[in-house]
Design a protein around this ligand. Structure first.
Ligand SMILES: Cc1cc2nc3c(=O)[nH]c(=O)nc-3n(C[C@H](O)[C@H](O)[C@H](O)COP(=O)(O)O)c2cc1C
Length: 191
């Protein structure tokens, strides 16, 4: 019911919250799609997958707040973020399917997770909005999440893209878009 406005052949960007064995909260961005009313995730080996395997559950968080996405990939979100999202749905895992894959970063394993939405913890109605500035930042965050696996050429390309997006954001972005770009630039300077 909650997902009736979503198209079934589309990957949506969402935040997923899980907890580690010590109770530590982990909120990270992922793609999700819907299949016959179930939530489908495709995860590379990461902490989120580890936590989901242990607990058999996770929460989907929906928000238009681009700064939350930026902060999530940088590990800067805390407990109160769970309250500021527009919609939060807890999901119970039904099945895990493991596949071998080969992409530009080499051989890897993906785990497809099929999960049932079981509890709507929060559902504020929000206006559906499309923002070019937000889309550009999300694209940059996906690239950034692969930064450590890139060779020097790819890293240089990413830095050029970051600069180009930054110019666009200075002209067209709001305060949160600008904060997002500044956080990313600060993070890249650490490498
Ligand atoms: C918008 C967006 C979508 C992403 N989608 C996926 C995905 O579908 N599967 C995946 O394994 N990683 C995806 N990532 C990368 C993870 O968020 C990233 O690897 C993250 O650092 C994992 O953190 P964790 O180890 O704490 O779970 C995505 C990143 C972004 C920014």
């Amino acid at each position: 019911m909650i997902f009736e406005k979503m198209d079934s052949d589309t990957i949506y960007e969402v935040l997923i919250s899980t907890r580690g064995a010590d109770g530590n909260l982990n909120i990270k961005p992922f793609g999700m799609s819907l299949h016959e009313g179930n939530v489908v995730l495709k995860l590379y080996p990461n902490n989120t997958l580890f936590n989901i395997k242990k607990k058999g559950s996770f929460d989907l968080l929906f928000t238009y707040d681009v700064l939350m996405y930026t902060k999530s990939i940088l590990g800067l979100l805390s407990e109160d973020s769970l309250e500021s999202v527009d919609c939060r749905v807890s999901c119970k895992v039904m099945d895990f399917v493991v596949d071998k894959v080969e992409d530009t970063y080499g051989k890897n394993i993906t785990t497809t997770i099929i999960a049932k939405p079981v509890n709507i913890i929060k559902n504020d109605l929000t206006m559906p909005l499309i923002s070019r500035a937000t889309n550009k930042i999300i694209e940059l965050l996906v690239d950034y999440s692969r930064y450590e696996y890139m060779d020097v050429d790819a890293q240089e390309k990413f830095i050029k893209k970051l600069e180009k997006t930054s110019d666009f954001i200075q002209k067209n972005g709001n305060k949160k878009h600008k904060q997002s770009i500044n956080l990313l630039k600060k993070e890249i300077r650490k490498y």
